[in-house]
Design a protein around this ligand. Structure first.
Ligand code: ZN
Length: 57
């Protein structure tokens, strides 16, 4: 109640203010995850499924 959640232009919610990227596979925004803490710079896909899709080209 009375809790305003700030939305970005595309409506993607990021309650913890974590870094985000746009997935090169599905084009949707995704949020930083613990498992990516060492290679977030090079992460391009939100999931293994998208990475496989992207790897095909
Ligand atoms: Zn994706």
């Amino acid at each position: 109640m009375g809790d305003k959640i700030k939305k970005t232009d595309n409506g993607f919610r990021n309650p913890h203010n974590l870094p985000t990227k746009i997935c090169a596979g599905c084009g949707k925004p995704f949020t930083w995850r613990k498992k990516w803490e060492r290679d977030w710079e090079t992460v391009r896909f939100c999931s293994d499924a998208c990475r496989k899709e992207g790897a095909r080209e």
